[in-house]
Design a protein around this ligand. Structure first.
Ligand code: FAD
Length: 394
């Protein structure tokens, strides 16, 4: 096997899945993650389709089952917390033959991380500052000042990828913004006391809340913004301020949830954007997950497709005995047409993602109620089935 030493930037969903498979296939992956520990937080993910298949191959289904939220129903509420519509989630699971979970992103990340071979080196609290390619490999200088040589480099560092910026150019060339921002955080010592996922809307805004147990509730926010907002990705204080000003007067439990925002440890805030690139690789450097093909929240599949891409990339490297030119080309050939379709269908959903009027909210509630009926479930869930992608055995 050639080119065994592979540096992965980012220990999120894509990066950890890639490390798992590279190790499994006989490579020697190293991960660098800029956060000091594995990042916590994030949304609740519908976990099904090809991502479920990859997880099955990894042998992590029992661990994922143990952290499945397994909520009873999605309930749409008004400002007085009265139920205005609902969707029976258990019926949907039955339709998918039980091959579906709802997971918190952080639980998924932790389960994958724990499944990685203990021999894989993980550097926390550092990032790549400089990349230099030569005939033999990639010389990397880290922000800490250390330098290391690797055979290949993979950017799995998310929507605002550092590797993409250093090797392919500025984010603005590849980002397509879809007019929304999203945020999530977990609050301790609040519970809604039911096993439902509650969703509240006012025009252009949506809040979801789920209580994992008596001591922990996660809140998810989405709001429309026609223009991109000016703030730095790392300026959490500014992001919290934006969220407060958007939702503080929106009613329901918004003020209460936001009053706890400063005590949270997993605050997440970002724009809803896709990444579209001509090529996911350049010489000895490739991209996977959001870094290369972010489908956005609108697809409902960002995390599962990050896992699928990581599996295919590692598999093609194995199949080509480490010949990265062949492998990267094949990875793109196999997976890019499928991803482009997924991005396109997510894009079509953008305008109607959050209802923009009271009538729109009423209509959405009715439509979701119908979706609990099996015939409509089928139509709704077909998009999650990932037909059109057959995973190879590598
Ligand atoms: C903490 C967290 C919470 C999230 N919550 C939501 C949410 O609520 N809603 C939503 O739509 N999407 C959310 N996302 C994004 C979602 O997880 C991804 O769309 C999806 O899982 C694809 O995974 P990924 O591995 O490609 O990217 P990510 O899951 O974003 O992982 C990227 C990883 O790279 C690391 N990283 C970033 N920059 C660098 C750097 N310069 N050097 C080294 N490492 C770097 C990050 O810390 C992260 O661990 C969240 C991501 C994170 C990290």
């Amino acid at each position: 096997m050639d080119n065994k030493n592979i540096l992965i930037s980012g220990a999120g969903i894509a990066g950890t899945t890639l490390a798992f498979w590279l190790k499994e296939f006989g490579f020697n992956p190293t991960m660098v993650e800029n956060s000091p520990t594995l990042r916590k937080g994030g949304h609740a993910i519908d976990f099904m389709g090809a991502g479920y298949d990859v997880a099955e191959k990894m042998g992590i289904i029992p661990a994922l089952k143990a952290v499945d939220i397994n909520f009873s129903k999605l309930v749409f509420v008004d400002s007085d917390n009265r139920e205005k519509g609902s969707m029976d989630y258990q019926k949907i699971k039955i339709f998918l033959n039980g091959r579906a979970f709802t997971l918190f992103r952080s639980d998924l990340a932790r389960v994958i991380y724990q499944s990685i071979d203990k021999g894989v080196e993980i550097i926390f609290g550092d990032t790549i500052a400089k990349i230099e390619e030569n005939r033999k490999g990639v010389a990397v200088m880290f922000q800490s000042g250390k330098t290391r040589d690797f055979d290949l480099l993979v950017g799995a560092d998310g929507l605002h990828s550092n590797v993409r910026k250093l090797v392919f150019g500025n984010e603005s060339q590849f980002e397509k913004y879809y007019g929304y921002y999203t945020s999530s955080f977990t609050i301790d010592n609040i519970s809604l006391g039911n096993n439902a996922f509650s969703m509240y809307n006012v025009p252009y805004k949506q809040v979801g809340v789920f209580s994992k147990n008596e001591n922990s509730t996660t809140a998810f926010f989405i709001f429309a913004s026609p223009e991109k907002l000016a703030y730095q990705h790392h300026d959490i204080a500014r992001q919290k301020k934006i969220l407060k000003s958007e939702f503080e007067s929106s009613g329901w439990k918004c003020r209460e949830l936001l009053s706890r925002i400063d005590s949270t440890t997993d605050f997440y805030f970002d724009c809803v954007s896709q990444i579209k690139m001509e090529s996911w690789y350049k010489s000895r450097v490739a991209l996977v997950g959001d870094a290369g093909y972010c489908p956005s929240l609108l697809s409902g599949k960002g995390s599962t497709l990050a896992m699928v891409g990581a599996y295919i990339l590692a598999g093609e490297l194995k199949q080509a005995n480490g010949d990265y030119k062949k492998a990267f080309e094949q990875y793109q050939l196999v997976f890019k047409p499928f991803m482009e379709k997924k991005q396109k269908s997510a894009q079509q959903f953008a305008k109607s993602f959050v209802p923009k009027s009271s009538f729109g909210i009423w209509l959405r509630n009715k439509v979701f109620k119908l979706m609990s009926l099996s015939i409509f479930s089928k139509l709704f869930l077909n998009q999650f089935k990932d037909s059109g992608l057959k995973l190879k055995e590598y």
